[in-house]
Design a protein around this ligand. Structure first.
Ligand SMILES: [Zn+2]
Length: 224
């Protein structure tokens, strides 16, 4: 496949597993202004053991990131993360000639600096980590007041192919089914006081055991 050379690098959010590799790409880099603010915070800290503990304490890095940084970055004393060259506020469109990239800053349940990228000519949307929640007490956590407005916003686009960070590309039917299961998981979690009660509620409604994704959503909306 003959592809033109890559010109731009767009960050989907600031998390170090999505931004620390920037130095390996000699490209014009772009992020929303909020991501740029977080990247500045990454630049203001050092990466020795003591500083990493402090960064964890301050909520700049979580346990997983600290462990990954210790494992992956060999020369932490001289490590200096980069920031992007360009930033935008709200939305930005890049006309690549025959193909367009529409960047949009959204608040997702994962971070408040998520950027989604829509390619109208291809009806393709890059979601980054937007569909993932936050880690809380060892569990995935979704904030209903954030995830449902985000799902509604994504549904305004005509999308045939979704690209999410950690799974194979999926189509609109899968997205709709994800959305329905998510809302069902929330409605059960909202009505029940425990995971056990939630599982019984599901069984009563559908006459079968709750599938894994429903159990995951119930837990993500707080059932234990
Ligand atoms: Zn992330």
């Amino acid at each position: 496949m003959e592809l033109p050379p890559i010109k731009y690098l767009v960050l989907t959010h600031h998390h170090c597993d999505h931004s620390f590799g920037m130095s390996q790409w000699n490209l014009v880099s772009i992020a929303n202004y909020k991501t740029k603010e977080y990247l500045k915070t990454y630049q203001e800290i050092t990466y020795d053991d003591e500083a990493l503990e402090l960064a964890k304490h301050k909520g700049i890095l979580n346990d997983f990131f600290v462990t990954s940084i210790k494992n992956e970055i060999e020369d932490r004393n001289n490590f200096q993360p980069l920031t992007t060259e360009l930033s935008f506020d709200g939305e930005m469109t890049i006309d690549l000639g025959g193909i367009t990239c529409e960047l949009r800053h959204i608040t997702s349940p994962h971070t408040d600096d998520s950027t989604i990228i829509y390619i109208p000519e291809e009806k393709t949307m890059f979601l980054g980590d937007s569909l993932y929640g936050k880690r809380s007490d060892g569990f995935n956590s979704f904030d209903d007041e954030i995830i449902f407005p985000m799902m509604d916003l994504i549904k305004e686009y005509e999308v045939e192919h979704f690209i999410s960070s950690y799974e194979p590309a999926f189509g609109n039917n899968d997205f709709v089914s994800f959305d329905e299961h998510l809302r069902l998981g929330f409605s059960i979690a909202d009505n029940c006081s425990s995971l056990e009660a939630g599982l019984i509620e599901y069984e009563n409604r559908f006459d079968k055991e709750a599938p894994n994704d429903l159990v995951f959503f119930m837990k993500s909306f707080g059932l234990r």
